[in-house]
Design a protein around this ligand. Structure first.
Ligand SMILES: N[C@@H](CCC[C@H](N)C(=O)O)C(=O)O
Length: 301
Protein backbone atom coordinates (compact mmCIF):
# COMPACT_ATOMS: atom_id res chain seq x y z
CA UNK A 1 0.00 0.00 0.00
CA UNK A 2 1.38 3.44 -0.94
CA UNK A 3 0.44 6.21 1.52
CA UNK A 4 1.05 9.98 1.49
CA UNK A 5 2.65 11.57 4.53
CA UNK A 6 4.06 14.89 5.72
CA UNK A 7 7.33 15.16 7.64
CA UNK A 8 7.23 17.88 10.33
CA UNK A 9 9.25 19.01 13.32
CA UNK A 10 8.73 21.16 16.40
CA UNK A 11 11.97 22.27 18.12
CA UNK A 12 13.63 19.22 16.53
CA UNK A 13 11.11 16.66 17.85
CA UNK A 14 10.16 15.09 14.50
CA UNK A 15 6.95 13.56 13.19
CA UNK A 16 5.41 11.65 10.32
CA UNK A 17 1.89 13.06 9.92
CA UNK A 18 -0.85 10.96 8.25
CA UNK A 19 -4.26 12.23 7.13
CA UNK A 20 -7.02 9.73 7.88
CA UNK A 21 -9.88 12.21 7.66
CA UNK A 22 -11.01 10.79 4.30
CA UNK A 23 -9.70 7.21 4.33
CA UNK A 24 -8.40 4.88 7.01
CA UNK A 25 -5.15 2.98 6.43
CA UNK A 26 -5.83 0.41 9.22
CA UNK A 27 -2.21 0.46 10.36
CA UNK A 28 -0.87 -1.93 12.99
CA UNK A 29 1.89 -1.19 15.56
CA UNK A 30 4.55 -2.69 13.24
CA UNK A 31 3.54 -0.20 10.51
CA UNK A 32 4.03 2.76 12.87
CA UNK A 33 7.36 1.28 13.91
CA UNK A 34 8.36 0.95 10.26
CA UNK A 35 7.35 4.57 9.48
CA UNK A 36 9.32 5.77 12.51
CA UNK A 37 12.45 3.80 11.62
CA UNK A 38 15.21 6.13 10.37
CA UNK A 39 16.83 3.54 8.06
CA UNK A 40 13.99 1.40 6.68
CA UNK A 41 11.07 3.86 6.87
CA UNK A 42 10.75 7.66 6.95
CA UNK A 43 12.17 8.25 10.44
CA UNK A 44 10.45 10.11 13.27
CA UNK A 45 10.12 10.26 17.05
CA UNK A 46 6.32 10.01 16.78
CA UNK A 47 3.69 9.30 14.11
CA UNK A 48 0.60 11.57 14.24
CA UNK A 49 -2.63 10.49 12.58
CA UNK A 50 -5.32 13.13 11.98
CA UNK A 51 -8.89 11.76 12.08
CA UNK A 52 -12.42 13.23 12.14
CA UNK A 53 -13.69 14.22 15.60
CA UNK A 54 -16.19 11.87 17.24
CA UNK A 55 -17.42 14.40 19.86
CA UNK A 56 -19.61 17.51 19.43
CA UNK A 57 -17.82 20.89 19.66
CA UNK A 58 -14.47 19.39 18.69
CA UNK A 59 -12.77 20.02 15.33
CA UNK A 60 -10.52 16.98 14.85
CA UNK A 61 -9.11 13.93 16.59
CA UNK A 62 -5.50 12.95 16.43
CA UNK A 63 -3.81 9.75 17.48
CA UNK A 64 -0.17 9.56 18.54
CA UNK A 65 2.21 6.61 18.22
CA UNK A 66 5.79 6.51 19.49
CA UNK A 67 8.56 5.32 17.16
CA UNK A 68 8.38 1.90 18.87
CA UNK A 69 4.78 1.50 17.61
CA UNK A 70 3.05 2.06 20.98
CA UNK A 71 0.05 4.42 21.16
CA UNK A 72 0.36 7.29 23.67
CA UNK A 73 -1.97 9.75 25.36
CA UNK A 74 -0.43 13.13 24.59
CA UNK A 75 2.32 14.93 22.64
CA UNK A 76 3.02 18.64 23.07
CA UNK A 77 5.29 19.32 20.10
CA UNK A 78 3.04 17.07 18.01
CA UNK A 79 0.00 19.18 18.94
CA UNK A 80 1.67 22.29 17.49
CA UNK A 81 2.63 20.44 14.29
CA UNK A 82 -0.92 19.08 14.07
CA UNK A 83 -2.28 22.68 13.95
CA UNK A 84 0.16 23.67 11.20
CA UNK A 85 -0.78 20.55 9.26
CA UNK A 86 -4.56 21.08 9.26
CA UNK A 87 -4.08 24.76 8.36
CA UNK A 88 -1.61 24.16 5.55
CA UNK A 89 -3.74 21.34 4.11
CA UNK A 90 -6.77 23.69 4.01
CA UNK A 91 -8.67 21.44 6.44
CA UNK A 92 -9.73 24.42 8.60
CA UNK A 93 -9.58 28.22 8.58
CA UNK A 94 -9.89 28.51 12.34
CA UNK A 95 -7.01 29.96 14.36
CA UNK A 96 -8.35 28.27 17.53
CA UNK A 97 -8.84 24.53 17.23
CA UNK A 98 -10.20 21.96 19.67
CA UNK A 99 -8.82 18.48 19.23
CA UNK A 100 -9.44 15.09 20.85
CA UNK A 101 -6.40 13.16 22.00
CA UNK A 102 -6.43 9.86 23.88
CA UNK A 103 -6.61 11.51 27.28
CA UNK A 104 -9.17 14.27 26.56
CA UNK A 105 -9.64 17.47 24.55
CA UNK A 106 -6.91 20.12 24.15
CA UNK A 107 -7.18 23.63 22.70
CA UNK A 108 -4.66 25.08 20.30
CA UNK A 109 -4.14 28.56 18.89
CA UNK A 110 -2.08 29.48 15.83
CA UNK A 111 -0.41 32.88 16.40
CA UNK A 112 0.32 35.44 13.65
CA UNK A 113 4.11 35.02 14.15
CA UNK A 114 3.86 31.38 13.00
CA UNK A 115 4.16 29.85 16.46
CA UNK A 116 1.39 27.84 18.14
CA UNK A 117 0.14 28.00 21.74
CA UNK A 118 -1.38 24.87 23.24
CA UNK A 119 -3.56 24.66 26.34
CA UNK A 120 -2.25 21.33 27.64
CA UNK A 121 -4.76 21.10 30.50
CA UNK A 122 -3.98 20.92 34.23
CA UNK A 123 -1.15 18.67 35.44
CA UNK A 124 -2.01 15.75 37.72
CA UNK A 125 0.03 14.25 40.50
CA UNK A 126 -2.03 11.31 41.76
CA UNK A 127 -0.32 7.97 41.39
CA UNK A 128 -3.16 6.39 39.43
CA UNK A 129 -2.85 9.08 36.73
CA UNK A 130 0.77 8.27 35.90
CA UNK A 131 0.56 5.32 36.77
CA UNK A 132 3.09 5.01 39.64
CA UNK A 133 3.23 2.12 42.11
CA UNK A 134 5.54 3.27 44.97
CA UNK A 135 5.66 0.02 46.97
CA UNK A 136 8.31 0.62 49.68
CA UNK A 137 9.98 3.60 47.93
CA UNK A 138 10.69 6.61 50.17
CA UNK A 139 9.88 10.24 49.49
CA UNK A 140 10.32 13.70 51.00
CA UNK A 141 8.34 16.89 50.47
CA UNK A 142 9.96 20.04 49.06
CA UNK A 143 7.53 22.97 48.75
CA UNK A 144 4.43 21.44 47.19
CA UNK A 145 6.31 18.62 45.47
CA UNK A 146 6.87 15.03 46.57
CA UNK A 147 10.35 13.85 45.58
CA UNK A 148 10.59 10.08 45.25
CA UNK A 149 13.86 8.23 45.80
CA UNK A 150 14.43 5.63 43.10
CA UNK A 151 17.17 3.01 43.43
CA UNK A 152 19.05 2.47 40.15
CA UNK A 153 21.46 -0.43 39.67
CA UNK A 154 24.17 -0.33 37.02
CA UNK A 155 27.52 -2.15 36.82
CA UNK A 156 27.09 -3.74 40.27
CA UNK A 157 26.45 -0.34 41.96
CA UNK A 158 23.18 1.00 43.26
CA UNK A 159 22.62 4.76 43.18
CA UNK A 160 19.55 6.71 44.15
CA UNK A 161 17.97 9.45 42.09
CA UNK A 162 15.20 11.78 43.27
CA UNK A 163 12.30 12.50 40.93
CA UNK A 164 9.16 14.61 40.92
CA UNK A 165 6.25 12.88 39.17
CA UNK A 166 3.86 14.77 36.89
CA UNK A 167 1.17 13.55 34.51
CA UNK A 168 0.46 15.79 31.51
CA UNK A 169 -1.89 13.08 30.25
CA UNK A 170 1.29 11.06 29.75
CA UNK A 171 3.74 10.17 32.55
CA UNK A 172 6.88 12.15 33.45
CA UNK A 173 9.61 11.75 36.08
CA UNK A 174 11.74 14.90 36.47
CA UNK A 175 15.26 14.95 37.99
CA UNK A 176 17.17 18.10 38.90
CA UNK A 177 20.76 18.18 37.58
CA UNK A 178 23.59 20.72 37.83
CA UNK A 179 24.87 20.32 34.27
CA UNK A 180 22.38 18.86 31.83
CA UNK A 181 24.85 18.65 28.94
CA UNK A 182 26.93 16.16 30.92
CA UNK A 183 24.04 14.26 32.54
CA UNK A 184 23.92 10.45 31.90
CA UNK A 185 20.56 10.84 30.12
CA UNK A 186 20.40 7.50 28.33
CA UNK A 187 21.73 5.29 31.17
CA UNK A 188 19.57 6.87 33.88
CA UNK A 189 16.59 7.29 31.53
CA UNK A 190 16.58 3.59 30.63
CA UNK A 191 17.08 2.49 34.25
CA UNK A 192 14.20 4.65 35.54
CA UNK A 193 11.89 3.42 32.73
CA UNK A 194 12.64 -0.20 33.66
CA UNK A 195 11.57 0.16 37.33
CA UNK A 196 8.47 -1.84 38.34
CA UNK A 197 7.17 1.37 39.97
CA UNK A 198 6.33 2.56 36.43
CA UNK A 199 4.14 -0.20 34.97
CA UNK A 200 3.46 1.85 31.79
CA UNK A 201 7.07 3.14 31.65
CA UNK A 202 7.73 6.88 31.94
CA UNK A 203 9.34 9.84 30.15
CA UNK A 204 12.44 10.94 32.10
CA UNK A 205 13.36 14.66 32.15
CA UNK A 206 16.72 16.12 33.24
CA UNK A 207 16.18 19.71 34.38
CA UNK A 208 18.90 22.31 34.95
CA UNK A 209 17.62 25.56 36.47
CA UNK A 210 19.56 28.58 35.12
CA UNK A 211 17.39 31.18 36.89
CA UNK A 212 13.76 31.50 37.99
CA UNK A 213 12.56 32.05 34.42
CA UNK A 214 15.02 30.00 32.38
CA UNK A 215 15.92 26.30 32.31
CA UNK A 216 17.70 23.73 30.17
CA UNK A 217 16.03 20.37 29.64
CA UNK A 218 16.84 17.01 28.06
CA UNK A 219 14.24 14.22 27.97
CA UNK A 220 14.68 10.47 27.53
CA UNK A 221 11.29 9.65 26.07
CA UNK A 222 9.29 6.49 26.50
CA UNK A 223 9.15 4.65 23.17
CA UNK A 224 11.53 7.00 21.34
CA UNK A 225 14.75 7.42 23.37
CA UNK A 226 16.29 10.89 23.78
CA UNK A 227 14.60 13.44 21.50
CA UNK A 228 15.73 16.97 20.64
CA UNK A 229 12.73 18.37 22.53
CA UNK A 230 9.67 17.06 24.38
CA UNK A 231 6.68 19.40 24.75
CA UNK A 232 4.89 17.51 27.52
CA UNK A 233 8.32 16.97 29.12
CA UNK A 234 8.87 20.75 29.16
CA UNK A 235 5.43 21.29 30.77
CA UNK A 236 6.11 18.59 33.39
CA UNK A 237 9.60 19.91 34.18
CA UNK A 238 8.38 23.51 34.67
CA UNK A 239 5.47 22.33 36.83
CA UNK A 240 7.91 20.26 38.93
CA UNK A 241 10.26 23.26 39.28
CA UNK A 242 7.44 25.65 40.24
CA UNK A 243 6.11 23.22 42.86
CA UNK A 244 9.59 22.98 44.40
CA UNK A 245 9.70 26.80 44.63
CA UNK A 246 12.52 27.09 42.08
CA UNK A 247 10.72 28.75 39.15
CA UNK A 248 8.34 31.63 38.39
CA UNK A 249 5.07 31.03 36.49
CA UNK A 250 6.54 31.82 33.04
CA UNK A 251 9.66 29.93 31.97
CA UNK A 252 11.83 29.67 28.86
CA UNK A 253 12.85 26.06 28.26
CA UNK A 254 15.96 25.49 26.15
CA UNK A 255 15.89 21.99 24.67
CA UNK A 256 18.61 20.53 22.44
CA UNK A 257 16.55 21.33 19.32
CA UNK A 258 14.91 24.66 20.15
CA UNK A 259 13.15 26.81 22.69
CA UNK A 260 9.68 26.50 24.22
CA UNK A 261 7.81 28.88 26.52
CA UNK A 262 5.80 27.33 29.34
CA UNK A 263 3.30 29.21 31.55
CA UNK A 264 1.57 27.78 34.61
CA UNK A 265 -0.29 29.70 37.33
CA UNK A 266 -0.41 26.69 39.67
CA UNK A 267 -3.13 24.43 41.14
CA UNK A 268 -5.88 23.52 38.67
CA UNK A 269 -4.89 26.08 36.03
CA UNK A 270 -3.87 24.74 32.62
CA UNK A 271 -0.29 24.60 31.44
CA UNK A 272 0.24 26.74 28.31
CA UNK A 273 3.00 25.82 25.88
CA UNK A 274 4.22 27.94 22.94
CA UNK A 275 6.81 27.09 20.35
CA UNK A 276 7.60 26.49 16.69
CA UNK A 277 6.07 23.98 14.27
CA UNK A 278 7.51 23.46 10.78
CA UNK A 279 6.72 21.36 7.71
CA UNK A 280 9.86 19.71 6.35
CA UNK A 281 8.56 17.92 3.23
CA UNK A 282 5.69 15.87 1.77
CA UNK A 283 6.18 12.37 0.43
CA UNK A 284 4.71 8.94 -0.28
CA UNK A 285 5.92 5.62 1.06
CA UNK A 286 5.26 2.01 0.03
CA UNK A 287 4.22 0.35 3.27
CA UNK A 288 4.76 -3.42 3.27
CA UNK A 289 1.79 -5.50 4.52
CA UNK A 290 4.18 -7.20 6.99
CA UNK A 291 7.09 -4.80 7.59
CA UNK A 292 10.29 -6.40 8.83
CA UNK A 293 12.90 -4.58 10.91
CA UNK A 294 16.03 -6.10 12.44
CA UNK A 295 16.06 -6.34 16.26
CA UNK A 296 18.99 -3.92 16.35
CA UNK A 297 16.82 -1.19 14.87
CA UNK A 298 14.45 -1.25 17.85
CA UNK A 299 14.15 2.10 19.64
CA UNK A 300 14.10 2.41 23.42
CA UNK A 301 11.12 0.75 25.08
N1 LIG B 1 7.53 14.20 22.17
C1 LIG B 1 6.35 14.32 22.88
C2 LIG B 1 5.89 13.23 23.78
C3 LIG B 1 5.55 11.95 23.01
C4 LIG B 1 4.99 10.84 23.86
C5 LIG B 1 5.96 10.30 24.87
N2 LIG B 1 7.14 9.70 24.26
C6 LIG B 1 5.25 9.24 25.73
O1 LIG B 1 5.45 8.03 25.53
O2 LIG B 1 4.47 9.64 26.60
C7 LIG B 1 5.98 15.72 23.33
O3 LIG B 1 6.40 16.68 22.64
O4 LIG B 1 5.23 15.88 24.28
Amino acid sequence: MRIPFTKMQGAGNDFVVLDETRASYHLRPEHYRFLGDRRYGVGADQILTVRPATQPGVDFAYVIHNADGGEVEQCGNGARCFVRFVQEQGMTEKARIRVQVQHGVIELEALPDGSVTVDMGAPRFDHAALPFVPGSLMHRTVGQAELWQLPLSAGGRTDTVEVALVSMGNPHAVLLVDDVMNAPVEAVGRAVQALPAFPSSVNVGFLQVLDRGHVRLRVYERGAGETLACGTGACAAVVAGIRQGLLDPSVQVDALGGTLRIDWQGAESPVLMSGPATTVYHGEIDLPEHPWLPEVSKVAA
